[in-house]
Design a protein around this ligand. Structure first.
Ligand SMILES: [Zn+2]
Length: 293
């Protein structure tokens, strides 16, 4: 279970990084990884950045991305951040099974925070019959995000088959939570110690979180960055980033804060468990993953 669950503590809060599995992004469904992840990167700079990560643009044909959800046990509340991808691929939808190994059943979760409405973050909201997987939870989402997925403009500029998957997931997994959903539109406390941060760009209402106890802090930044190279090249955006200019502004705001507060970061698509610290290096950031035994 070495890459499925990772327990850690933020002050008095018991936290667990929980894998939902991995997904392989590759042609023909997706562009080649370098094009998908770094859509606007100048070619010669891209080759240099890739080679620093021991990646060759011609040979890098697939991006195997982890999907990492978070559980926070506050003592009073059991909180889940994002629900994974459900049955998006045979390699996804492992969240519930991995929660069981840490003694949590879906009925125990009383709060589900959705960082944004992409399939890999909402796909575990419902089961194959469309029933809520976490039936007792209050759901929390940023209002702009909810409005976006219920609007006509949702994902219009994406390729047809990608748009179909995104809208299909939104239509299956968002309406069922509506009766137990709290929409927020400012940087408020969702629960004591858990605060919403506006992080628009990747999607219109993409949300990050601070999770604080005593003098320790975790910044759960979801898809503010997707790949470690985005920390070195924060102006490079992915093909799926809805508003590239806002992605860069949001990255700058949140990463500057993480570095100055020496907060731990949790990044959804990074190598498991997705936890580490950053330090500022000029216009970029240096990633230091936690050491996991
Ligand atoms: Zn994602």
């Amino acid at each position: 279970m070495g890459t499925d669950i990772y327990r850690f503590q933020i002050g008095d809060l018991q936290c667990v990084a929980v894998s939902d599995g991995t997904h392989t992004y590759a042609p023909p469904t997706f562009p080649p990884p370098a094009v998908f992840l770094f859509a606007n990167a100048p070619r010669e700079h891209l080759e240099k950045a890739l080679s620093e990560q021991n990646l060759n643009p011609e040979q890098w044909t697939e991006w195997v991305s982890p999907y990492i959800c978070l559980v926070v046990h506050t003592g009073e509340h059991k909180v889940l951040v994002d629900t994974g991808a459900g049955g998006l691929a045979p390699t996804t939808g492992k969240l519930v099974q991995n929660l069981k190994t840490v003694g949590i059943t879906p009925a125990d979760i009383d709060t589900v925070i959705i960082t944004h409405g992409h399939p890999d973050h909402i796909g575990g909201n419902t089961d194959t019959e469309g029933k809520l997987v976490f039936p007792n939870a209050r759901y929390v989402m940023w209002k702009d995000e909810w409005d976006f997925w219920n609007s006509e403009e949702a994902t219009l500029k994406l390729e047809e088959h990608v748009r179909e998957v995104l809208l299909g997931y939104a239509h299956k997994n968002l309406p069922p939570i509506q009766g137990q959903l709290d929409l927020i539109d400012r940087e408020t406390d969702i629960l004591p110690g858990i605060q919403a941060i506006a992080a628009p760009g990747h999607t219109p209402g993409h949300m990050a979180l601070t999770i604080s106890s005593r003098d320790e802090r975790l910044l759960c930044i979801s898809d503010t960055v997707l790949h470690p190279i985005h920390l070195k090249q924060p102006e490079w955006h992915a093909a799926v980033d809805f508003n590239p200019e806002k992605v860069v502004v949001t990255r700058n705001k949140i990463l500057t804060r993480a570095a100055s507060e020496k907060a731990m970061l949790l990044i959804f698509h990074f190598p498991f468990p997705g936890l580490g610290h950053i330090t500022q290096e000029g216009e970029a950031w240096k990633w230091q993953p936690i050491s996991v035994n």
